[in-house]
Ligand binder design. Structure first.
Ligand code: SF4
Ligand code: MG
Length: 313
């Protein structure tokens, strides 16, 4: 029924001075087949770390990631290689992730070459198909990344990610580096491709406005913890965690009729090296109660697929 289940997921990274930090701590969620689950939060909240740990681009120190019933973290080299075909990533900055001295054809073909799929002529044909699929003319296959616009480069990155017919695609801020006008085109492309190839997306973004248009469900992260998770419409209509409410209130108002009171968060984002005790959000929460400084709220089911970690509920 579902793809990866992350259970009591726990990720430690080397901190610069203090040795080890927990970038993600006890993050627990399920991605269902064919859905788009978004992870949102400010930079440094652990969303990218979570995405990369699923692919084992970062090795988690502890925890479990299940993909179709098997714990990926226990995979052998060979199993991991197979799993890498089924799980791909699209990066934020297509320019940084595309080799500048490789032609578009070479870039898109690379995963096929690494996994030794088909003959050269078949790979070339597949590259042409992929280019067409993402809206690029195959005539441009001999060009280099710098000859393309930002949006086109992201299309190249998407074509490369699709080369191995993956099931799960981790989109890590895929439109954040693009102009707003181009963002919508790339989001629409991702939606079309999802339909066409029955893809499942983990969509990582700091931008709730983007997330609203693509995701079925949204998980909100703060300082390495998941604080709320709900269906997208539910989250936007009934945001229940004070941090989610603050994020939503900070979005620009497009419709003048829509009256929104901005919740201004006080204080700085604390260092993940030394997260606050109790509820990690208590240093900035406008609604905190005494208990919040001492006791960490656990994730509770508040009905309708809506989960929340806050003492007020
Ligand atoms: Fe605010 Fe307390 Fe809820 Fe944390 S647990 S979000 S500090 S009210
Ligand atoms: Mg990031």
């Amino acid at each position: 029924k579902y793809y990866p289940i992350k259970k009591n997921f726990f990720q430690k990274l080397k901190g610069e001075k203090n040795g080890i930090i927990k970038a993600v701590d006890d993050v627990n969620f399920t991605i269902y087949r064919g859905e788009t689950l978004a992870l949102v939060g400010e930079s440094g909240c652990g969303k990218s770390t979570t995405g990369r740990s699923i692919l084992r681009l970062i090795e988690p120190t502890n925890g479990e990631v299940y993909f179709e019933g098997k714990n990926i973290l226990k995979y052998s080299e060979e199993e991991l290689k197979m799993a890498r075909r089924e799980m791909q990533i699209v990066f934020q900055d297509p320019y940084a992730s595309l080799h500048p001295r490789m032609t578009v054809e070479e870039i898109i073909m690379e995963p096929l070459t690494i996994h030794r799929i088909g003959k050269l002529s078949e790979r070339k044909k597949k590259v042409e198909e992929l280019m067409e699929t993402v809206g690029l003319s195959p005539k441009m296959k001999d060009r280099y990344p710098h000859e393309f616009s930002g949006g086109q480069r992201q299309r190249i990155g998407i074509a490369k990610a699709l080369a191995l017919n993956p099931k799960l695609v981790i989109c890590d801020e895929p439109v954040s580096a693009l102009d707003v006008s181009v963002q919508a085109q790339v989001i629409n492309l991702l939606k079309d491709l999802q339909q066409k190839y029955s893809l499942t997306y983990l969509f990582i973004s700091h931008d709730l406005s983007v997330v609203k248009h693509i995701s079925d469900r949204v998980g909100v992260m703060y300082l390495g913890k998941l604080v709320e998770i709900a269906h997208t419409s539910e989250l936007f209509e009934r945001p229940s965690h004070p941090y989610t409410q603050a994020l939503l209130s900070a979005r620009p108002v497009i419709n003048k009729e829509e009256r929104r009171e901005r919740i201004v968060l006080e204080g700085e984002l604390p260092s993940p090296l030394n997260p606050p005790r109790g509820c990690r959000f208590h240093t900035r929460c406008p609604f905190k109660i005494a208990k919040c400084e001492e006791e960490e709220p656990v994730m509770k089911d508040i009905g309708g697929g809506h989960y929340l970690a806050c003492h007020l509920n």
